[in-house]
Design a protein around this ligand. Structure first.
Ligand code: ATP
Ligand code: MG
Length: 388
């Protein structure tokens, strides 16, 4: 019997009735793939828990860290497996949790008995193991209400498991159950957070980035690839689409009123993103827009921006405060990269006085001077793909 395993408890998945099997299969598949770099594992689910058993030499610390980022798991725990025998369980608790048992002053034992053939009831087992631990560790006092350490025992079908407190997992739903979407990833703080939030709902993302070489540097592009790299901890492998945007921006600047530049650029981004979405069977676009943050994010500007496409646009940050967005960016580890000072394609072409309430008629009039289809087609055709 392998004596060290990882347990992932499913959260919302369990509520999904008929789809539950499919959800669970996705979760198991995602875990298998994401833990590949850390060794060989046997991954299977029983009673809403996923078991990750190492086959031979594995990096369990690395696997545990990776497991904490996998959507669909609400808690993650490293546990010791042992024979389903009260004394084997006791000895396992003593050796596996020795450091904690020696350092805390209050504790309790909590047992769950999924295998009803086990001869002791769960209360009886907790009392037995608790009593023995109390005898062996003179520093320990039982505390049923607010213990510093809870020793968990689970009697399952094939083994008993002993573990300390569970760690909070990534939550959400397994990637893939929510289909696929295109996310517009700039180098800023907001769009990686928006991407993370949508991915967390089980969506596989295709990040699209618009760049304006030579106005923006190679470093700006590398920054976005680095951000996508951080997102892979949660999303798994990502294919980033890099769209050259310079020609479109120059055409807009040359032929259209300055105050409308930003909204016109956004409309082109939406059109191109929609094309990529359709080509890849994606059901929606995702942006990091946030109401009132900048001129292009007033209700009127957003309405005019989305008018040119037929695909739903999801904006998960729409009502958050910047500080709340920053908190999430820190939590998911994108913040430090996002604040690196490379200019974005939009900042290079920012009008001095952007219009906050653009009217659709003026926009359409301005766009009449451009060959929209040809510009979109050319950008899509010149798109470069990088797997991160
Ligand atoms: P962010 O921090 O995400 O850059 P922002 O506050 O700078 O957001 P804007 O620059 O107005 O806001 O962009 C709004 C949204 O449009 C971004 O969150 C992103 O989804 C999309 N977007 C902007 N610029 C780009 C770009 N160069 N490539 C891809 N998407 C972009
Ligand atoms: Mg930006």
């Amino acid at each position: 019997m392998k004596d060290d395993i990882i347990l992932l408890k499913q959260g919302e998945i369990v509520l999904k009735g008929q789809n539950r099997r499919e959800f669970e299969a996705k979760l198991i598949n995602n875990i298998r793939r994401r833990l590949e770099p850390y060794g060989k594992f046997n991954v299977y689910a029983l009673q809403s828990t996923v078991y990750v058993e190492p086959k031979g030499d594995s990096d369990m610390e690395g696997a545990l860290e990776a497991a904490k980022c996998i959507f669909g798991a609400f808690t993650v725990t490293r546990a010791a497996a042992c024979e389903k025998d009260k004394d084997a369980i006791l000895e396992t608790a003593v050796s596996y949790l020795e450091t904690q048992l020696k350092t805390v002053s209050t504790f309790k034992v909590e047992s769950k008995r999924a295998d009803k053939r086990f001869p002791m009831g769960s209360i009886e087992l907790s009392q037995y193991v608790g009593g023995q631990l109390h005898d062996r560790f003179p520093n320990l006092k039982p505390d049923m209400h607010n213990p510093e350490l809870t020793v968990h025992i689970e009697i399952r079908d094939f083994a008993a498991y002993v573990h300390g407190p569970a760690i909070r997992g990534a939550g959400g739903l397994p990637i893939g159950v929510g289909g696929r979407m295109v996310t517009l990833l700039s180098g800023g703080i907001d769009s990686p957070v928006a991407s993370h939030m949508i991915a967390k709902r089980g969506v596989q993302l295709i990040p699209v980035h618009f760049y304006s070489h030579p106005y923006t540097s190679v470093l700006a592009k590398e920054k976005v690839i680095k951000l996508a790299g951080i997102l892979t901890r949660y999303c798994g492998r990502l294919r980033v689409e890099l769209v050259p945007f310079t020609k479109i921006q120059e055409q807009i600047r040359e032929h259209c009123p300055e105050g409308l530049i930003t909204v016109l650029m956004r409309r082109f981004m939406m059109r191109i993103a929609e094309r990529i979405a359709v080509d890849n069977a994606c059901t929606a676009l995702v942006t990091g827009d946030n109401l009132g943050q900048v001129a292009s994010q007033t209700a009127q500007a957003l309405a005019v921006t989305e008018e040119c496409v037929n695909i739903p646009i999801f904006r998960p940050l729409i009502a958050l405060d910047k500080r709340d967005i920053i908190d999430i960016a820190r939590m998911i580890d994108t913040y430090e990269t996002s604040i690196l000072p490379y200019e974005d394609c939009c900042t290079v072409f920012t009008p001095r006085r952007p219009r906050t309430k653009p009217k659709l008629e003026e926009i359409l009039e301005a766009e009449a001077k451009l060959d929209i289809d040809a510009l979109v087609e050319e950008a899509v055709m010149s798109t470069e793909r990088i797997v991160v």
